[in-house]
Design a protein around this ligand. Structure first.
Ligand code: MN
Length: 295
């Protein structure tokens, strides 16, 4: 099943090139705040699934006639893996950027966090601060969406705790500041275009992740190339914290990262999951100056 959000918080199931409003079948009030109805749907999916499938058999509207929103906007945890493809770690070795090199270099392991408030959706815009002295990069990633609470889950058990997958762009300001800050700028985590449930995605080893800028392919890899694989990522993260339904783990990116500038168009696609294209616009420079704080 492909399930997402559209038109101010409605829950929709994507059927071909249409979307069917299943908000009522899910018991979700689109006007609720905070907008966490989709997380309740994920948490209760096995119980709700028959009613959702009955509703999804009804009439839909063309996808082109709605505004798709990020499938999840308020995850409790938005986690991401660094240096998880060998070719990307290699390309980052020895690089330095204005504001100095990466704070942790290409050897960092484990995971980091991005702010949930950096999430935008497939109909949104990536807004890059107008700071010509800095580089702002795209990173093509797979979003792993947790379906069931997970504490100290083994890799062998991990698939039981995964709800589905989505495309995720980990937009990143290069530089020496804390990674979490450079990656948490508003609009720096596009997720979408919806969540495809794990049963519909099927085996993940051959999933191909691809990203284009202005129509030119910049990144591509297969999920099997992840150093910490999908199952191991759940084991790793759940060994540190309890993962909850709706939590997201970003896979890490592959070689080919590069700068985004205003006017660009970024497309990300993952087999059996979906694709989305976002424009890039300029935003005001970051108000705070870091120059005097860096050593
Ligand atoms: Mn990344």
């Amino acid at each position: 099943m492909k399930i997402g959000r559209f038109n101010d918080g409605r829950i929709g199931v994507i059927v071909g090139d249409t979307i069917v409003d299943v908000s009522a079948a899910c018991g979700v009030d689109p006007a609720e705040w905070p907008p966490v109805g989709i997380i309740r749907v994920i948490a209760n999916f096995e119980r709700l699934r028959p009613a959702i499938e009955r509703a999804a058999a009804g009439p839909g509207v063309p996808l082109s006639a709605v505004r798709l929103e990020p499938p999840i906007t308020w995850p409790r945890n938005l986690l991401a893996l660094p240096n998880n493809f060998a070719d990307h770690s290699a390309e980052m070795q020895g690089r330095s950027y204005a504001g100095a090199g990466n704070s942790l270099g290409a050897n960092a392991a484990g995971f980091f966090m991005k702010a949930g408030s950096s999430i935008v959706g497939p109909s949104d815009v990536i807004r890059i601060p107008d700071m010509p002295e800095r580089e702002f990069h795209y990173e093509c990633e797979l979003a792993i969406v947790i379906g069931k609470p997970a504490t100290n889950v083994t890799a062998a058990e991990a698939l039981d705790h995964i709800f589905g997958y989505a495309c995720l762009i980990d937009v990143t300001m290069r530089g020496k500041e804390e990674r979490v800050m450079r990656k948490s700028i508003t609009s720096f985590t596009p997720i979408g275009p919806w969540i495809t449930t794990a049963d519909e995605v099927g085996p993940t080893d051959d999933l191909e992740l691809q990203l284009w800028v202005n129509g030119a392919l910049r990144q591509h890899a297969f999920a099997r190339e992840m150093i910490v694989g999908i199952r191991e990522a759940v084991e790793l993260c759940s060994s540190i914290m309890t993962l909850e339904p709706g939590d997201i783990i970003a896979s890490g990116t592959m070689a080919g990262v590069g700068p985004l500038t205003a006017g660009d168009s970024v497309r990300i696609a993952i087999d059996n999951v979906g694709s989305m294209t976002l424009p890039v616009e300029a935003a005001k420079p970051l108000r705070f100056s870091f120059a005097g704080h860096l050593q």
